[in-house]
Design a protein around this ligand. Structure first.
Ligand code: 2ND
Length: 377
């Protein structure tokens, strides 16, 4: 049993019962890149479909699971298509949205995560005040604004029940620039209720142009002190990373694998201590990286002592858990306990919490890792 819970009030099991993989780093962790809508329990999708009388092609859990999950390397476009299998079930439903957020916190606590930043597109979960209404839903009465309020409620109930900290990041979508100004306004409105940042997600292989609406939203975010991350260089070229950092003023890069193809950019970002949100399992199944993990870009990041985190991205679709990302890094990339500690401390340093809360989180990690705080890496 993992007994190092922050306040010592709760014992966490070493792993989720559905994850057979070995736990290689059974210590408190920080996760910075995970999509709420890519981290729903299959059982919850089935329960909500039943309650709402939405018929699904497969009713049995195994059938639905096999429709949703990716087992072989695909493309980012192919991967993103998987969301159409189930998003219509939960979108527009208040109870489902709160439940998903709450259960998400429970699942993270079970993985030994003590601080998580979870991201999602409020528009994708709404059915009014969103144009076009996503997932072929009929118009209803759940706006993106109320979606954010519901997720905040679910997350904070989860925080209290499972004794970890959860904050959120709101996603702009590359193919929907007209939503981006709403996003920054929602970030501003809900910054006291757990929203800590803005992201730009979606299909970089189809939409990597520097759209002025995304740029305006990010300018406003920077002006208001809203923290910024951008999906870039996952499948798109290094120029998308450069734009994310130089134009959108991203403080972190989502994925960023292809940064390595531009030596000058990579050197500059290393010198800047730029944080890369690395998602090993995801990068194989989306086709972003070579399927051979022994050739993964994170091996270079590690060698260069770069600032990066390890993350699940979309554990529902990858049928994965954070333990699997860690055990993969250990098994195929030679990661050690020391490196896991170092990268979690880097993750905490790069998180979007206010300084005082960041310090507190760092203290918890130093304490759990048996480190004296001055022993900086
Ligand atoms: O890995 C990803 N790259 C780009 N976009 C992604 C990835 N995973 C999820 N998304 C998209 C699909 C979700 O509906 C959206 C918001 O969470 O973000």
């Amino acid at each position: 049993l993992y007994t190092g819970a922050p306040t010592g009030t709760r014992l966490l099991s070493t792993m989720d019962e559905h994850t057979p993989e070995k736990v290689v780093f059974n210590k408190p962790k920080v996760e910075l890149h995970v999509h709420l809508d890519g981290a729903i329990r299959v059982q919850t999708i089935l329960d909500v479909a039943k309650r709402r009388q939405i018929s699904l092609p497969g009713n049995a859990k195994e059938q639905m699971t096999s429709r949703i999950i990716l087992t072989e390397p695909s493309t980012l476009t192919g991967f993103l298509h998987k969301f159409t299998e189930y998003m219509h079930v939960v979108a527009g439903d208040r109870e489902a949205i709160k439940r998903i957020a709450y259960e998400f916190v429970e699942d993270k606590a079970k993985e030994g995560v003590i601080y998580v930043e979870v991201r999602y597109s409020p528009h994708f979960l709404a059915n009014t005040k969103v144009e076009p209404i996503p997932w072929n839903q009929k118009e209803g009465d759940l706006s993106p604004d109320e979606v954010v309020d519901l997720v905040n409620q679910g997350l904070s109930q989860g925080e209290r029940a499972f004794n970890i900290k959860a904050r959120s990041i709101l996603c702009c979508m590359r193919h929907m620039p007209s939503w981006s100004m709403d996003i920054v306004e929602l970030c501003k409105k809900y910054r006291q209720q757990g929203v800590v940042g803005i992201d730009l997600a979606g299909d970089e292989s189809l939409n990597c142009d520097g759209n002025p609406d995304h740029r305006k939203a990010y300018e406003e975010a920077a002006r208001c002190g809203i923290h910024r991350t951008v999906h870039a260089g996952e499948v798109g070229p290094p120029s998308v990373v450069r734009e994310a950092v130089e134009v959108l003023k991203a403080e972190r890069v989502g994925h960023g694998y292809r940064t390595l193809e531009d030596r000058d950019l990579y050197k500059k970002l290393l010198a800047q201590n730029m944080h890369f949100e690395i998602c090993p399992i995801s990068s194989r199944l989306t086709g972003a990286c070579d399927p051979d993990f022994t050739k993964h870009p994170v091996i270079t990041f590690r060698k260069d002592k770069a600032n990066y985190s390890l993350n699940t991205d979309d554990p529902l679709i990858f049928n994965s858990s954070l333990h699997l990302d860690y055990s993969t890094a250990q098994k195929y990339m030679g990661f050690t306990e020391e490196e896991f500690k170092r990268l979690n401390i880097k993750s905490a340093e790069s998180c979007f919490l206010p300084e005082n809360e960041k310090k507190e989180l760092l203290h918890k990690l130093y304490d759990a890792y048996g480190m004296i705080q001055s022993t900086a890496f």
